[in-house]
Design a protein around this ligand. Structure first.
Ligand SMILES: O=C(CO)COP(=O)(O)O
Length: 244
């Protein structure tokens, strides 16, 4: 069976000092289980987390440059993230697509660069409210997926995050999440053949301790990408325990 991944996306929250306090509280309270836990932290907090996270908890970044190195002011390279201990990098989050105008081609370039340096990209896709209201969510999301995986190998995680469910308290039903996760799985099988079986597909959008188990019980949902509920350790423990 595929191991669930509980990926915590802090977004632009927590200073390095706050990250350290969170990691120390997690270390006190976490009981490890079969779920893989990973923290997607602001780049400046990664070193502090690497030193203080409980053993076995993975680190990730929220973005990565599409370039190897050089004159790209403000960007962080995949090699830098690996050096500080990151295993994952989120790419193509809807907030990057919206506020930084990232295209599917940009997302694919970042995912390729991550893989070239041994980082596992978590590629985010998902439709907005208009698309959902028109019933076009499958075609739209698969189109985004295809464009975001050009040249990208199977060492990847996919996060289905319907934009209308992010930070709104509106969670997709487990059946909605499974509809898209199953469609994504079929597209991955077409692209990667049997290598697609082990690719984890996460659901994201208002995931909390009281809804995570139902969402992740679906056959093609292999974990969650969590924003708001990732900031407080008791919520993280609640979600991790719910996946036991
Ligand atoms: O965007 C998300 C995770 O990447 C979801 O955020 P929320 O869990 O706050 O809805």
């Amino acid at each position: 069976m595929t191991q669930n991944l509980l990926a915590l996306n802090w977004k632009m929250n927590k200073t390095p000092a706050e990250a350290r306090a969170w990691a120390e509280e997690l270390r006190e309270k976490l009981t490890a289980n079969d779920t893989e836990l990973a923290v997607m932290a602001p780049a400046v907090a990664l070193a502090s987390l690497a030193a203080h996270l409980p053993p076995g908890v993975a680190l990730g970044a929220q973005d990565v440059s599409a370039h190897e190195s050089g004159a790209y002011t403000g960007e962080t390279s995949a090699a830098m993230l690996v050096d500080v201990g990151a295993k994952y990098a989120v790419v193509g989050h809807s907030e990057r697509r919206e506020y930084h105008h990232e295209t599917d081609a940009d997302v694919a370039a970042k995912a390729k660069q991550a893989q070239a340096n041994g980082l596992i990209p978590i590629v985010c896709v998902g439709e907005g409210l208009n698309v959902r209201e028109q019933g076009e969510q499958v075609a739209y999301t698969l189109g985004q997926l295809e464009g975001s995986l050009v040249g990208v190998g199977p060492e990847v995680v996919i996060a289905y995050e319907p934009v209308w469910a992010i930070g709104t308290g509106k969670t997709a039903t487990a059946d909605d999440a499974e509809e898209l996760a199953a469609a994504i799985r079929d597209a991955l099988i077409e692209r990667y053949g049997s290598d697609a079986d082990g690719i984890r597909i996460l659901y994201g959008g208002s995931v909390k301790p009281d809804n995570i188990a139902t969402l992740c019980a679906k056959p093609n949902v292999n974990g969650a990408l969590v924003g708001g509920a990732s900031l407080k350790v008791p919520d993280v423990i609640g979600m991790n325990d719910a996946l036991k």
